[in-house]
Design a protein around this ligand. Structure first.
Ligand SMILES: Cc1cc2nc3c(=O)[nH]c(=O)nc-3n(C[C@H](O)[C@H](O)[C@H](O)COP(=O)(O)O)c2cc1C
Length: 177
């Protein structure tokens, strides 16, 4: 277990995984912690589908590679497919310009990545995948939205890269825009 600062600083997208299998006990903790994420009206509009069955895992790279993206997935032995389910919001708690479920999914995904890091695991969020083919492979109903797919595993090395980010001057301000 790490300090929160360390978890945040060390979380980075991993695209070089070792073949060490991710333990089910760790996955259960990660799923439990992600399930405690906040969501609009506590609606929890998500379903996390873990893919760690060898046969299915071997078929995942084909449905995840889009052009040159996500080629690294052939080294991954565990994926979490993050699906959006129907959000049930309280009457009056909605706002037309907002799409809360998508935010809820984003927050839950952040929890997944940080919780995994805290368990000594690394992750890569993937927003690019072949939607219909993933659904067919995993028998996910057509009306369910797959929002993201998370690669989870042990990194080949534990070097933390320097984060490349916009400056706080560009992205934050106090009191006025
Ligand atoms: C919504 C979303 C979709 C992403 N899709 C992909 C993807 O399909 N393939 C990939 O390799 N990385 C993907 N990433 C990872 C980003 O490239 C990465 O988070 C960003 O460059 C910052 O780097 P870091 O995660 O190492 O801090 C995605 C990240 C997010 C949040």
């Amino acid at each position: 277990m790490m300090e929160f600062n360390q978890v945040v600083n060390k979380r980075q997208s991993c695209r070089k995984f070792s073949d060490k299998k991710v333990e089910n006990e760790k996955l259960e903790i990660i799923l439990q912690q992600a399930s405690s994420a906040p969501s609009a009206c506590n609606s929890q509009p998500w379903k996390f589908v873990v893919v760690n069955n060898e046969t299915l895992v071997s078929k995942m790279p084909d449905v995840l590679q889009v052009g040159n993206i996500n080629k690294f997935t052939s080294q991954v032995n565990t994926f979490i497919v993050i699906c959006e389910t129907k959000a049930v919001l309280m009457a009056g708690a909605t706002c037309d310009s907002q799409y809360y479920a998508q935010m809820d999914i984003g927050i839950a995904t952040a929890y997944l990545t940080l919780s995994a890091k805290n368990q000594g695991l690394d992750t890569c969020i993937m927003g690019a995948f072949k939607d219909a083919e993933v659904k067919q492979l995993l028998s996910i109903p057509e009306d369910v939205k797959i929002k993201l797919i998370l690669a989870v595993g042990y990194a080949q090395d534990d070097t933390t890269r320097t984060k490349v980010r916009k400056s706080l001057e560009k992205t934050c301000s106090f009191n006025q825009w």
